[in-house]
Write a protein that binds this ligand. Structure first.
Ligand code: SF4
Ligand code: SF4
Length: 155
């Protein structure tokens, strides 16, 4: 896959001496990306990937829907082999397919709030995540392109 190879090559070659500066630039680029990219027009993360719910996410979301946590799990979630609760299939059951709005936006899980994780510290520890997300997420490719342009020193 061309996109993956392009960014993988940069990750493999680049020498980062100031990881804090990289984290700060990635966070700033994430803010810029959200100003340029219309996520409601895209929605690929909600359309094509499952999301994870922690127990506190489940409590908040089920309360918002006025159903029990037991019913919430039964109706919407699946426990994966690592013991994490994820949505059962895609598109996400909480995605309004007409306007791409999240039906539980105020109570959406932490994983959705922080997606695509490009704004978080220790950016380089999530290389694999960024490479996977770069296959479909414009925010991620915008951030990676910004980093590639600004961090060019190779080993
Ligand atoms: S809970 Fe909402 S934000 Fe998260 S994947 Fe589903 S529709 Fe998208
Ligand atoms: S995949 Fe990326 S660009 Fe698309 S809606 Fe999700 S965060 Fe926004």
């Amino acid at each position: 896959m061309k996109i993956k190879n392009e960014y993988q090559a940069w990750f493999d070659a680049v020498e980062i001496t100031d990881k804090t500066a990289l984290d700060e630039l990635a966070a700033a680029a994430t803010v810029s990306a959200y100003q340029k990219i219309d996520c409601l027009a895209c929605a690929k993360c909600c359309l094509t990937t499952v999301t994870t719910f922690t127990e506190s996410d489940i409590q908040r979301a089920s309360k918002g829907l006025s159903i029990s946590t037991k019913n919430f799990k039964k109706l919407y979630l699946f426990m994966d082999l690592d013991g994490n609760y994820t949505t059962q299939n895609v598109p996400c059951p909480f995605l309004n397919l007409t306007d791409h709005k999240c039906k539980i936006y105020e109570n959406r899980p932490h994983a959705c709030r922080s997606f695509p994780h490009t704004q978080k510290d220790h950016f380089l520890t999530r290389k694999r995540v960024h490479l996977e997300n770069a296959k479909f997420c414009g925010v991620t490719t915008y951030v990676l392109d910004t980093l590639k342009t600004n961090f060019t020193k190779t080993r």
